[in-house]
Each structure stands twice: as structure tokens, then as C-alpha cells.
Design a protein around this ligand. Structure first.
Ligand SMILES: NC(=O)c1ccc[n+]([C@@H]2O[C@H](COP(=O)([O-])OP(=O)(O)OC[C@H]3O[C@@H](n4cnc5c(N)ncnc54)[C@H](O)[C@@H]3O)[C@@H](O)[C@H]2O)c1
Length: 460
């Protein structure tokens, strides 16, 4: 395995570092280069458009964009939305922290180059700050909102955007707990009723190689599918040491991936991509229940919050099949992000980091392989926006909401099973009453929640 292609740990701390690692899906392309790739391929991808949303009146007027959550992904998504459609303008932005908003605005302006003056118009009065600043963006004169803050806040922000009749791009995951997930399902259904576009950032669904390969699998390329194992094994994420001026909440927000209440833990925040691909291989049928082993072996201390560093989930389906997902964030161990799919006639191996899209028979002979341009990992971020805006323009809307919510719940239920040490059914997870997110938030005191202990931590 080519380790220099894999995510490194010990990030330097700027938003672009995380974008560098995450946006390119570990094909390590800095934002500037990823942007260049996006521009070069801003053509419509030669892949089928998902017909999963309502049909509405085509829109031909200029579309005003509002960005909520101005970090690495928000900055990238804003540039991709602007590049996807020439008749769009970024007009409003929101973040909790002024430094994040200003560095994002500078990044977007620089990426847009000569076009920035016309396409990036965010004067100080439309730069909104605070936990509730998303409401000001949504209440403003915008047509499309990009929801790129933390998973904890997605359900409330999505609900507000749908209520206001905005078209939406929402990053994954969609929630961190059962109440949030139920709210997302309601919002996704309401978005359909209101003829709103709803694109979810499960970007591998917009990758050409993945689409072609999963299409083969779903058409019986490995015979009858017997089982799937997906992996997301990587190093640890960066730590931002506490500054004297930071409150508890600011420290936790700036180290959000180490706190379950904000991120959902890494199986929900990061590995959910591979759980979504497990769901894809299983024909988007949802499991009946899950067992999951997990813990933290290499993480300790307040800077690591309360998240685990490894999980191994065993999903069980109504028809008796089992499917498996493992994820790890520990330095010094091999990285892997592969989908291993097995059937009665052969097996399929899919790896987006080191582009691999191949089906072999039981004798090990290649039965099929993707012969298109396999460098699609970085490009999928542009593809998803291209298809989303093409849908708004044509009236054939994308609504990924329910599918995105299902994959998110698969990850949440595995975390619940790992934290409690119990078998958790789909219905239990969906109806869980445990709410991780405080009703209202300010930059003040908040003790670090305890690290869960399987067998002692209770399900609720
Ligand atoms: N699809 C992908 O491959 C991919 C890649 C990276 C990140 N992501 C997802 O994107 C989301 C953001 O991740 P990131 O890496 O950009 O994080 P980040 O920390 O770089 O940026 C998030 C920003 O949101 C802001 N924010 C937090 N709460 C807010 C609120 N209530 N209102 C407004 N702004 C708020 C933060 O201050 C921060 O600036 C996460 O859900 C993550 O899982 C997806």
C-alpha cells in the first residue's frame, strides 16, 4: 500500500489542513489544486443523475448562496457551488468564530480569482456570528444554503432551512443522536413536499468509479451478495491545545472531533462514509440490529475528549445476512479504506483512496474492472454540486435526505452498541430518547463528558 497517499496525523491547525486531508478523500491534494481539478472538470459528469427528488419548476434566475459553518468543508463547498453554476453568488456567511469566517471568506475569494468581485459579495453586515447566526443567513435573501457546521447542529439548521423554503446542501453526518435523526427524517420529507433540493455530502455516491462498480455489484456482478466488510482505518486527528482565553465550550468546539456530543464520535463523523458504502452494497436495505465492539486504547487525557479510537460493528439483516464495518483512528497502524464485497460468484474490491474498482471470480481472475478515469476521488465534490445545481435548473431535484439519514443512523446505532456493550436494534436507535446536544449554547463552562464503558453505560 502506498502510504504517502494516506491521511497523516498531527495536523498543523489551519482549516486548509483538514480540507487537504478530508476533501480529497486522502488523495492528498491541497484545496488550491483540488479547486483547479474542479474547474477543469466542471463539465457534467458522464454518470447517471439520481432521480430521487421531486420534479419542480426549472429555475433560471440567479441563485444566491448562504454558507453556514465556515471551516474546511464549508470553504470547499462554497467554491464548488460557485463553480457548479455560473449564475450563483455567495451573499452571506455564518460561523461561531470570527477568525473562521474571515479565513474562509479570504480562501473563497482567493480561489475564485478574477471572478471573486462578481461572485463573492459578503459585506460585513452579511457576516453573521454566534451559535444562532444560521438563523440570520436563513432569514436573509438567499436561495440555497450550504450547511457545513458540526453534526450536532445539522438537525436544527436543516429544519430551519426547510421551514424557510431554501434549497440545501447538508454535509454528512446528519445528526449525532436519535432525536436529531428523527428531526432530519421529518425535514427530508418536508423538503420533498415543498419541492426543495436536498443534497447530502455522502460524496462517494457522486464518484464515477464507485457508481460504475456499485452498479455492477447491484446488477449481480458478484452473484448473489453474501457479505460486505468496509474499513476506515486511519491515524488520529489533530489536537488544538487549550488557550487561556478559551472557555470549556470553545475548547470543545475547536477540538470537536474528540467530543461525542458535537461530532457523534469518529464512527459517525468520519467512518460514516464507509458505512454509507456498506449500505450501498446491500442495496440500501437497513439492518435489523447491530453489535459493536469499541474502546480507546491510544487516546487519553482531556485533549482527546470522550470519543473512542476504534470500533468493530456487526450488522444483522432480517434475511440472516451479516455485514461488517471496522474503523480506527490510531497512529502507527496501517491505514485502509476499502470495501470488500463477497457474493456467490466472486468478490469486489473498492478503494477510493488508492483507486481500485475490480470484480474477480472465485479463481482470482478479473471479471470486470472500471475502465474510466479513476482519478475521481477529488472530483466527486465538484460532481455532487454540478448535479445538484443542474437539478435545480432542470426541475429534476435531488433529495438525498432519507438515504443520508439512514446511513447516519446505521453509524449512530453502532456507536450506541459499542458504548453500552448491548445489541441495539434499528427501532431502538431510531426511537432513542438520549439527546446529546444542549438546547441552548454559549461560550461558557461545560465539563468533558465521561468516556463510556461498555457494560456500564446505559442505553436510553
Ligand atoms: N464529505 C466529506 O468528505 C467531508 C470532509 C470534511 C468534513 N466533512 C463534514 O463537514 C462538516 C464540517 O467539517 P469541517 O472539517 O469543515 O470542520 P471545521 O471545524 O473545519 O469547520 C466547521 C465550522 O463550523 C463552525 N460552526 C460550528 N457550529 C456552528 C454553528 N452553530 N453555526 C455556524 N457555524 C458553526 C465552526 O466554528 C467551524 O468554523 C462535518 O460534519 C464533517 O463531518 C465532510
Amino acid at each position: 500500500m502506498n502510504n504517502h497517499l494516506l491521511p497523516a496525523s498531527g495536523d498543523s491547525g489551519s482549516w486548509s489542513r483538514r480540507e487537504f486531508v478530508r476533501t480529497a478523500g486522502a488523495i492528498l491534494v491541497p484545496l488550491s489544486a483540488a479547486g483547479a481539478i474542479g474547474a477543469e472538470h466542471a463539465r457534467r459528469a458522464a454518470v447517471p443523475q439520481p432521480a430521487n427528488g421531486p420534479v419542480a419548476a426549472p429555475i433560471d434566475r440567479p441563485l444566491k448562496l448562504g454558507l453556514i459553518g465556515c471551516g474546511g468543508r464549508g470553504t470547499g463547498a462554497a467554491v464548488q457551488a460557485l463553480r457548479a453554476d455560473k449564475n450563483t453568488v455567495l451573499v452571506a456567511m455564518s460561523d461561531v468564530f470570527p477568525d473562521r469566517l474571515e479565513s474562509s471568506l479570504a480562501g473563497i475569494t482567493s480561489e475564485m480569482g478574477d471572478e471573486a468581485a462578481a461572485r463573492v459579495q459578503v459585506p460585513p453586515e452579511r457576516r453573521h456570528l454566534g451559535f444562532d447566526s444560521y438563523q440570520q443567513v436563513i432569514a436573509g435573501d438567499v436561495d440555497v444554503v450550504l450547511l457545513c457546521s458540526y453534526p450536532a447542529f445539522r438537525p436544527a439548521q436543516l429544519k430551519a432551512a426547510v421551514a424557510a423554503g431554501k434549497h440545501i446542501f447538508a454535509e454528512k453526518p446528519l445528526a449525532v443522536d436519535g432525536p436529531g435523526l428523527r428531526s432530519v427524517l421529518e425535514s427530508a420529507a418536508e423538503a420533498k413536499r415543498k419541492n426543495l433540493g436536498l443534497l447530502i455530502g455522502f460524496c462517494w455516491r457522486y464518484n464515477e468509479g464507485m457508481r460504475a462498480t456499485f452498479d455492477q455489484v447491484l446488477k449481480g456482478g458478484v452473484g448473489e451478495l453474501t457479505t460486505v466488510h468496509t474499513t476506515y482505518h486511519t491515524g488520529t486527528l489533530q489536537k488544538r491545545p487549550r488557550k487561556a482565553a478559551w472557555s470549556d465550550v470553545e475548547f470543545q468546539m475547536r477540538n470537536w472531533w474528540h467530543f461525542t456530543w458535537i461530532s457523534g464520535d469518529h464512527i459517525v463523523e468520519q467512518a460514516v462514509h464507509s458505512i454509507d458504502r456498506l449500505a450501498w452494497a446491500m442495496g440500501d436495505k437497513m439492518p435489523a440490529k447491530v453489535n459493536c465492539l469499541g474502546g480507546r486504547a491510544a487516546r487519553s487525557g482531556p485533549e482527546h475528549g470522550n470519543v473512542f479510537d476504534h470500533f468493530a460493528a456487526i450488522y444483522e439483516y432480517d434475511d440472516g445476512r451479516r455485514a461488517f464495518h471496522t474503523c480506527r483512528q490510531i497512529d502507527g497502524c496501517p491505514s485502509d479504506n476499502t470495501d470488500y464485497i463477497y457474493g456467490t460468484k466472486g468478490s469486489c474490491t473498492i478503494n477510493g483512496w488508492v483507486p481500485t474498482y475490480v470484480i474477480k471470480d472465485h479463481a482470482g481472475q478479473v471479471a470486470w474492472k472500471f475502465d474510466g478515469d479513476a482519478e475521481g476521488a477529488g472530483r466527486m465534490y465538484q460532481n455532487e454540486h454540478n448535479e445538484f445545481f443542474a437539478g435545480l435548473r432542470s426541475g429534476h431535484l435531488i433529495n438525498d435526505g432519507e438515504r443520508g439519514a439512514n446511513s447516519t443512523l446505521m453509524a449512530i446505532m453502532a456507536r450506541m452498541a459499542a458504548y453500552t456493550g448491548q445489541t441495539i436494534s434499528w427501532d431502538q436507535a431510531l426511537n432513542s430518547k438520549e439527546s446529546l446536544v444542549p438546547d441552548s449554547l454559549a461560550l461558557g463552562e461545560m465539563p468533558t463528558p465521561a468516556v463510556p464503558i461498555p457494560g456500564q453505560t446505559k442505553f436510553s
